[in-house]
Design a protein around this ligand. Structure first.
Ligand SMILES: *Cc1c(COP(=O)(O)O)cnc(C)c1O
Length: 382
């Protein structure tokens, strides 16, 4: 668009701190793959989230891939995944020739429905040799991946006890929830591993990048090993395992280090945007994601449910305001059409049909918020 003054983007990065300075220093250092900024960024992430280890990787998707491998997911296994998420969560399962069991989300908080999950595990699975199996297909269910959708979190204590009962590894897809906290604990630090994304629309960005969080030293070592081609120590090209090239590179980590310096402020802006829309759009409670008890969401992205979502998106677009629908339910995508979908009311579909993502960049101005607010109110009066 030519007139950037009057167009309002959906969710753009904000690089007004030390990003240019640090990435310039990283390049000047001649350390491009690993280097000081990668070490710094990983330390910042570990300190901020109170995680023992944070390992930088090339994307949130590669973080999920590696986490599922380390959790022991193998060909033919099943992995429990919410039906409403970004496709990468379910794709990562397919990378391993495993398949997701798609569990519907709650109608009010839009995260994994733990009652539904529990009911499914109780009635449709059995335990044998320390593993959980799906009765109908006799396939092993190896892990569950809760997704902290838009920053909200399901009751993680309860999910951990369900995981323990059914011998499931819990891996958190915390791609968009950096800074969300539940009962004093950061998202991504409840499960055996948590994965984060630094894609350009996330709360902090490195352009492309991600991280794996874990408190387990052995797992941390394994992550580092697998993301660097599973190379054995020494100068010989000996590789003991199937490895990947999933490192986060130093100049991008430098951008991340600069972004981390601003994360607290970014979270404050996201919360301000959330409160503005909640107060100014005259929304009913059932048009907004209900935040789960004990959860302090980072409010990464604002979404409201409306009856005529596509019309609202068109109307905003005509007024140079970018908005978007919510993700399609995973079970509706062609590659997942044969996978098991557990649902009572198809909540993921309802949220996907009615959801509109509104502008929420951390660089958004009060004037831009006012403009979006008055357009949405105008649309609702028509
Ligand atoms: C962004 C996102 C991902 C993927 O992260 P990338 O860094 O883009 O690979 C995975 N899951 C969720 C929920 C996301 O929002």
């Amino acid at each position: 668009m030519s007139d950037s003054e009057s167009s309002i983007p959906l969710c753009e990065p904000f690089l007004n701190g030390n990003e240019i300075k640090y990435s310039g220093q990283a390049i000047a250092s001649n350390w491009l793959s690993g280097g000081e900024f990668l070490n710094l960024f990983e330390q910042q992430l570990a300190d901020f989230t109170n995680s023992r280890f944070a390992i930088g990787v090339s994307s949130g998707t590669s973080a999920l891939h590696i986490a599922l491998i380390i959790a022991g997911v193998e060909e033919g296994d099943l992995v429990l995944v919410p039906d409403l998420t970004f496709v990468a969560t379910a794709n990562a399962v397919k990378f391993l020739k495993a398949d997701p069991i798609l569990i519907d989300v709650k109608s009010d908080s839009w995260v994994l429905d733990l009652d539904l999950l529990n009911e499914f595990l109780e009635s449709e699975t059995y335990l044998e040799n320390g593993y959980c199996y799906h009765k109908k297909t006799r396939r092993r269910i190896r892990a569950v991946v809760p997704v902290h959708l838009l920053g909200n979190m399901c009751d993680m204590e309860r999910l951990l006890s369900i995981g323990e009962l059914y011998h499931l590894a819990v891996i958190e897809d915390a791609a968009c929830s950096l800074g969300s906290v539940q009962n004093g604990r950061h998202s991504g630090t409840f499960g055996i591993m948590g994965t984060i994304s630094f894609n350009s629309n996330k709360i902090i960005t490195t352009g492309g990048g991600g991280a794996v969080l874990t408190d387990d030293e052995q797992i941390a070592k394994k992550v580092r090993f697998l993301i660097t081609q599973a190379k054995s120590p020494g100068i010989e090209y000996h590789h003991s395992d199937l490895g990947y090239n999933y490192r986060l590179v130093n100049p991008l980590a430098a951008i991340g280090a600069a972004q981390m310096e601003q994360l607290e402020r970014f979270i404050a802006v996201k919360k301000k945007v959330y409160n503005f829309y909640c107060n100014e759009l005259d929304l009913q409670a059932d048009q907004i994601q209900r935040i789960e008890a004990g959860t302090d969401s980072n409010h990464w992205h604002f979404v409201t449910l409306v009856r005529n979502s596509r019309e609202l998106i068109r109307f905003l677009g005509n007024n140079r305001v970018e908005s978007r629908p919510v993700w399609l339910p995973i079970h509706e995508l062609p590659i997942f059409s044969k996978d098991i979908y557990i649902s009572q009311n198809n909540n993921s579909k309802i949220i996907s049909d009615r959801g509109v993502m509104l502008p929420c960049s951390t660089s958004i101005t009060d004037g831009q918020l006012e403009k979006v607010g008055s357009l949405v109110r105008e649309f609702n009066r028509r």
